[in-house]
Design a protein around this ligand. Structure first.
Ligand SMILES: C[S@@+](CC[C@H](N)C(=O)[O-])C[C@H]1O[C@@H](n2cnc3c(N)ncnc32)[C@H](O)[C@@H]1O
Length: 309
């Protein structure tokens, strides 16, 4: 079994970790990660109603299935030519987005008129979904540090007709400088990205435990900062596209142990791990969810929903 993971290109350290976490299933996860993901898109309801767009696309020969956790989300089952060359795409009627990536904004449930922060926004996939769910009303403060990625974000938000978002080229570790109290916060954290190996196969071999620790440290700092500017009763959704418990369950356990928060249940995905590497975590952790390529046909993804008490 380990030999098979090595032959797929995984480093010894990560092959052994994955075997310890999932046993024989580690191979199913790794094999599923070798296959390309279906191309999925979100109807941009800021510009068009869902049935109108699906009809337009059907007429051109596109077929798709619904994504259970996202009312506006579909995955293509027939793409006669690239959907990105259609006028519908070019005029911002839809946004190409991985299915699991659609879950954090849905889980956050932002409402029109609310004050929302997106602490790691570029290239704007989730920010634009938040704006859509808020019907462009209220305000989103969106932060990112990647200059090139912010340029792309600006283009995406403008193509999609998002008008309730202020973009900051600034680390969200300084979000408290704004002096704003937030109703809702999305922290789609920077991570090692081990759930996206289908797109970035080099990550099988070139990541180290130090990278995981580095990300964990940043994730904890960002979470602490986010919670400090969230109003009492406010909601923070934390997500990563990492498979590593250190960036997921361990971070959430640390939050539960050190802050006045509770985990809220989520309907989709599999319960998070409660005994990763033999380390006993609270049963509560099961309320956070994982998405896997072998079971959900998505990238590897983690989502947790917290309420500040
Ligand atoms: C997973 S990506 C975000 C994807 C985005 N939410 C979306 O759905 O399109 C993580 C982002 O965190 C940004 N980042 C890293 N450190 C940051 C920091 N201190 N403050 C804000 N953003 C940061 C990276 O530049 C990267 O764009």
């Amino acid at each position: 079994m380990l030999e098979k993971l090595f032959s797929l290109g995984y480093s010894k350290t990560f092959a052994e970790r994955y075997y310890e976490l999932w046993g024989e299933r580690a191979l199913s996860i790794a094999e599923a990660m070798e296959k390309p993901l279906p191309r999925c898109f979100r109807v941009n309801t800021l510009r068009i109603e869902i049935p109108k767009l699906t009809k337009l696309l059907n007429k051109k020969g596109f077929q798709f299935r619904r994504i259970p956790w996202a009312r506006e989300g579909f995955c293509l089952t027939r793409e006669p030519f690239s959907i990105t060359s259609t006028p519908e795409y070019l005029s911002g009627l839809l946004y190409i987005q991985e299915a699991s990536s659609m879950y954090p904004p849905v889980a956050l449930e932002p409402k029109p008129g609310e004050v929302v922060a997106d602490m790691a926004a570029a290239p704007g996939g989730k920010t634009s979904y938040l704006a859509q769910l808020m019907e462009n009303e209220g305000i989103i403060y969106a932060f990112d540090v990647g200059e090139e990625r912010l340029k792309e974000t600006r283009l995406n938000l403008s193509r999609l007709g998002v008008t309730n978002t202020v973009l900051f080229h600034r680390s969200s570790l300084y979000i408290d400088e704004l002096g704003v109290e937030f109703d809702k916060i999305l922290l789609d954290a920077p991570c090692t990205g081990s759930g996206t190996i289908h797109k970035n196969p080099e990550r099988k071999a070139n990541r180290t435990i130090e990278d995981v620790k580095f990300c964990q440290n940043l994730q904890m700092k960002m979470l602490e900062k986010g919670l400090s500017v969230l109003r009492k009763g406010g909601i923070l959704v934390y997500s990563t596209c990492s498979l590593e418990p250190e960036e997921n369950e361990f971070v959430i356990q640390w939050v539960l142990d050190n802050f006045d928060v509770e985990l809220l249940p989520l309907r989709y995905g599999e319960p998070a791990l409660t005994r990763p590497f033999g380390i006993e975590l609270s049963e509560e952790i099961k309320k956070a969810r994982r998405f896997y390529p072998d079971r959900h046909g998505t990238s590897g993804f983690f989502v947790a929903k917290l309420r500040k008490l």
